[in-house]
Write a protein that binds this ligand. Sequence first.
Ligand SMILES: Cc1cc2nc3c(=O)[nH]c(=O)nc-3n(C[C@H](O)[C@H](O)[C@H](O)COP(=O)(O)O)c2cc1C
Length: 138
Amino acid sequence: MTTAIRYYSKFGNSERMAQVVGEVTGAKPASVETPLTEEVDILFIGAGLFLAKVNGRIKEFARTLNPGKVKKVVCFGSCALSDSPVPQLRKIFEELGFSVAEESFTCRGAMGPWHGGHPDAKDLANLKAFTEKLVHGK
Ligand SMILES: Cc1cc2nc3c(=O)[nH]c(=O)nc-3n(C[C@H](O)[C@H](O)[C@H](O)COP(=O)(O)O)c2cc1C
């Protein structure tokens, strides 16, 4: 199974999460500034929320991709106030014709005094378990 990992990370939270996904899958995480040219079975895409929105670079990145060359998109992210950045990620990719997995991963991400320390070790362990189940079925 071929996997790619891309993220937009302002404070490094999605980047740390992407590293965990990379440890499980063997894929090298990179920001959305890094083009994806190869065909993949799974593209993991991650982000946080700022002023209730995912950054516009995610959509710009999605527009560079061919839905025929990405079998499935898996969304992950963190945020402090809202439920999750995942619905926005899902919408961006679905509107462009990608198949987006039902499964996704969200945890808290610190914003000043809110949820300090998140994503923490437990969040990252949960993400590891999520990724292992998704990719290796265990
Ligand atoms: C300036 C600022 C604005 C934020 N705005 C929101 C927001 O509107 N809603 C929310 O749920 N989280 C908000 N957050 C929390 C971020 O989504 C959270 O820190 C996330 O983990 C950041 O991920 P990143 O470091 O990968 O970009 C905000 C954080 C900061 C620092």
